[in-house]
Design a protein around this ligand. Structure first.
Ligand code: HL5
Ligand code: SIN
Ligand code: MN
Length: 271
């Protein structure tokens, strides 16, 4: 799968790019089962909502489950990601943000790169997020909202809030874009939220301003996000390096495979 010049240009302009139909229903079924299996493993990589039990996010499934390990090297994700960053890539971070039916909570307005710059010493925003819709995303189940083109403003300084929402990761709430700044940005940058069937993939820039509302619908909104970083842009040594479930340390460039290794990643779509 190769992105066209038009698609590359669109990503440069908007800060995100939507590709429908990247994964098949069969593959999505396997991804949902793998997620359910992996979600059973306890540990700090498992983030809960404020109730302390509902799963909010799970990190680093690609280090525990063979399906996710193979998925991140799939040419369908890694190929376009490599084109967008124009460098060899490795997985910096992998998470599934589970927005459960009837109450999956919001993700505050934020930019990703300031977190990775300030907490991990990532030198530059030479990375890309690849978000896979594990479930259909609609206006009802809390789609990610982007401020179109806001990545082109670069990264602002941010202040870490005292009332930290989580110690396991940096919740966007803890490093949010302040309300007055957001209000100003929204005057010049359109709010837009890609929606679509499960299997859609959204590539988005680490500096784009984004956030999402709670899920009051009866439908889940599990969103898988693999963040690929340029191997040459690996974080510099930090005084307090964050755990490996948040910051992948193996910076060896990934080699895309077009013939899927895992049997659940069906070949039907490409054969
Ligand atoms: N939770 C991530 C981290 O690295 C940062 C957020 O959406 C990405 C801002 O701890
Ligand atoms: C969300 O899951 O809605 C937020 C995604 C993100 O911050 O990357
Ligand atoms: Mn984010």
């Amino acid at each position: 799968m190769q992105l066209t010049e038009d698609q590359l240009e669109k990503y440069g302009r908007d800060g995100f790019l939507v590709l429908p139909g990247v994964l098949t229903d069969h593959e999505l079924g396997a991804i949902r089962s793998a997620f359910a299996e992996d979600a059973a493993a306890d540990g700090p990589h498992r983030i809960t909502e404020d109730d302390g039990t509902t799963i909010r996010a799970i990190y680093a499934s690609h280090t525990r489950h063979p399906l996710f390990r193979d998925l991140v090297s799939s040419e369908r994700l890694l190929g376009p990601a490599t084109q967008l960053v124009s460098q060899d890539l490795y997985v910096y971070q992998f998470k599934i943000n589970a927005k459960q039916p009837f109450g999956g909570e919001a993700w505050a307005w934020h930019q990703d790169y300031p977190v990775w710059r300030d907490f991990d010493r990532m030198p530059a925003p030479q990375a890309v997020n690849v978000a896979v819709f594990v479930d259909e995303v609609t206006e009802f189940n809390g789609p990610v909202v982007f401020l179109r083109g806001s990545h082109r403003l670069g990264s602002a300084d941010r202040v870490h809030r005292g009332d930290s929402r989580s110690e396991m990761h940096v919740d966007p709430h803890d490093y949010a874009v302040p309300a007055d700044e957001l209000a100003g940005l929204a005057e010049t940058h359109e709010m837009t939220s890609p929606k679509g069937p499960a299997g859609t993939v959204v590539f988005f820039h680490p500096e784009i301003v984004h956030g999402s509302a709670p899920n009051i619908s009866p439908f889940p909104r599990n969103l898988l996000i693999a963040t690929y970083n340029a191997s040459e842009n690996a974080p510099r040594p930090a005084v307090e390096p964050r755990p490996e479930y948040l910051v992948g340390r193996d910076t060896t460039p990934l080699v895309p495979h077009s013939r899927e290794l895992h049997p659940a990643l069906a070949l039907e779509a490409r054969s």
